[in-house]
Design a protein around this ligand. Structure first.
Ligand SMILES: O=C(O)c1cc(=O)[nH]c(=O)n1[C@@H]1O[C@H](COP(=O)(O)O)[C@@H](O)[C@H]1O
Length: 247
């Protein structure tokens, strides 16, 4: 595998939103050897539990545990400690929990990592979910202004709390980098290759547009996991990420 391919594959996070460990294993086997991240969300983790994380790590995958913690600081501190002890590479919280909560997550992870002699996972915060559009944010959630303004405010709080980056739509990456710097990590779901169903996502781009826009990592679920041949779908996306200038 050429170096450029390997490097780009490392920026692809595959969302394994499947009901149980067996279905996850099938996908892990089909994708074996691809140097991608596996993203484990609440559907799979609540069903398969921590053992599957160990299996994934043993297969050589990097793991992003996406449990989007949002609770009082003390509870999130404890949760972050437990997650860190699983040996994951990345996890997330909701920026809407505020600076104190995010700092508690950071402290909980740091303490657990030190006690276990392991490295501290990358910690990121969800800004506005990519399924949320402007009208929903203004009229239901009760946040005024544009989605981009809300995302930038959450990104600023995340940086203030000392976390490593945010989850946002690729459409907001340029503004996040302008506000928080290019070292600040941007993990972007809401990715739809041309011709694939938008489903419940609102703020979407193609993989090529996301890479061109500066996303550190792109998160792709159903366009890979629901494809007839998931490995081919993932490889196609990696090629598109590599050729983003011509797409
Ligand atoms: O934190 C996330 O990963 C996340 C945040 C967000 O704003 N939007 C979002 O879609 N996600 C996750 O990214 C994945 C997107 O999956 P697909 O829509 O199937 O590509 C899902 O696992 C979501 O839980």
């Amino acid at each position: 595998m050429e170096a450029a391919y390997q490097q780009m594959a490392g920026r692809l996070m595959i969302a394994l939103d499947v009901p149980d460990a067996e279905q996850a294993r099938q996908l892990m086997r089909q994708l074996e050897g691809m140097p991608c991240y596996m993203k484990v969300g609440m559907q799979l983790f609540y069903s398969a539990g921590p053992d599957l994380i160990t299996e994934m790590k043993a297969m050589g995958y990097s793991v992003f545990l996406d449990l989007k913690m949002h609770d009082i600081p003390n509870t999130v501190r404890g949760g972050a400690g437990s997650i860190t002890r699983l040996g994951v590479d990345m996890f997330n919280v909701h920026a809407a929990g505020g600076v104190k909560m995010m700092k508690a997550a950071r402290e909980g992870a740091a303490e657990a990592a030190e006690a276990a002699g392991i490295s501290v996972p990358t910690m990121i915060a969800v800004t506005q979910l990519t399924s949320t559009d402007q009208a929903t944010m203004n009229n239901e959630i009760g946040i005024a202004g544009t989605v981009e303004e809300a995302v930038i405010r959450y990104a600023g709080l995340t940086k203030q709390a000392g976390l490593d980056g945010v989850v946002a739509s690729p459409l907001e990456v340029a503004a996040i980098q302008a506000a928080c710097g290019t070292e600040f990590i941007t993990v972007t779901p809401g990715i739809r290759p041309q011709g694939s169903e938008q489903g419940d996502q609102s703020r979407v781009t193609t993989p090529g547009q996301a890479i061109r826009g500066g996303s550190s990592y792109i998160v792709v679920g159903r366009p890979i996991t629901a494809a007839p041949r998931p490995r081919e779908a993932a490889e196609h996306i990696i090629r598109e990420m590599m050729n983003h200038d011509s797409i």
